[in-house]
Ligand binder design. Structure first.
Ligand SMILES: *[C@@H]1O[C@H](CO)[C@@H](O)[C@H](O)[C@H]1NC(C)=O
Ligand SMILES: *[C@@H]1O[C@H](CO)[C@@H](O)[C@H](O)[C@H]1NC(C)=O
Ligand SMILES: *[C@@H]1O[C@H](CO)[C@@H](O)[C@H](O)[C@H]1NC(C)=O
Ligand SMILES: *[C@@H]1O[C@H](CO)[C@@H](O)[C@H](O)[C@H]1NC(C)=O
Ligand SMILES: *[C@@H]1O[C@H](CO)[C@@H](O)[C@H](O)[C@H]1NC(C)=O
Length: 219
């Protein structure tokens, strides 16, 4: 009896969060940053997820340059299966996602130190009352990859530690919600499972296996 009440009580809080899972989401994969050597070519990963499907989805990539957002590229995706024509506003950028499996990733050729920083992947789906969603991917440009020296990795890890903790909390809530919902309502299940499946996208980073380990502690 007590447990049922607790479930309903928690459900009341958690369920509103679930509806936002059903609306548009832009995802950069499990690891929202990449460290790369100057001169190399990198992919900035981004996919979108929408439970009710898309129509004329507007998306863009923006780069935070000295505090102002500069558009990197943008386009409108007519439907899930169409290949969008993407306008590019920045040098050395190539659109490679081609909307295959909701992929709107871009390639950054021959990166320079000026390319390092925060990239925002933004989407707006008119089918969902123009609901906006965006996510940030951070590119760190270094002059050589330090495999042995972990200082930078730890620095980065502590910087993103907070967001990873938030993400883990979110996953916990989400998983719990899935459980609650599966008890309460069966028909939304499919949708939610699809969405959480997309959360597992890898972003091609070689170190992505580390994700399952706990975040390194700051010394
Ligand atoms: C990367 O930067 C370093 C230091 O500025 C430079 O010596 C090196 O030639 C650069 N490498 C490439 C591939 O541009
Ligand atoms: C940002 O700052 C750099 C170096 O200070 C400068 O070269 C660049 O033009 C600036 N970009 C914008 C958009 O102001
Ligand atoms: C990247 O650099 C290589 C070698 O310097 C050059 O051949 C290539 O055209 C460059 N690509 C772009 C898109 O600038
Ligand atoms: C997106 O497309 C790029 C280029 O084809 C590919 O390398 C990448 O793995 C794709 N990402 C996902 C999540 O499918
Ligand atoms: C979405 O973002 C655009 C600007 O990019 C803004 O004009 C619009 O009001 C936003 N819509 C919602 C529902 O937040």
């Amino acid at each position: 009896m007590y447990r049922i009440w607790l479930l309903l009580f928690l459900g009341g809080f958690v369920v509103p969060g679930v509806w936002s899972v059903q609306s548009l989401e832009m995802l950069v994969g499990k690891i929202p940053f990449l460290q790369a050597v100057n001169g190399s070519t990198v992919m900035l990963p981004c996919t979108y997820a929408s439970c009710i499907g898309i129509k004329d989805l507007y998306f863009n990539w923006q780069f935070n340059e000295n505090g102002t957002m500069q558009k990197v590229c943008d386009s409108t995706i007519v439907s899930e299966s169409s290949v969008p024509h993407v306008s590019i506003y920045r040098d050395r950028v190539e659109f490679v996602g081609n909307n295959i499996k909701n992929n709107v990733s871009i390639l950054l050729w021959n990166i320079t130190f000026d390319d390092g920083g925060q990239y925002t992947c933004f989407g707006r789906n008119p089918k969902e009352k123009g609901r906006n969603h965006s996510t940030i991917f951070t590119l760190i440009v270094v002059d050589e990859l330090r495999v042995v020296d972990n200082t930078l990795t730890i620095m980065i890890a502590s910087a993103v530690g907070g967001s990873i903790a938030a993400l883990m909390g979110f996953m916990l809530i989400k998983n719990f919600t899935l459980f609650v919902l599966s008890k309460i309502e069966e028909k939304n299940k499919e949708c939610l499972v699809t969405s959480s499946g997309i959360d597992n996208t890898e972003n091609g980073l070689s170190g992505s296996k580390q994700d399952s380990k706990p975040t390194p502690k700051k010394k």
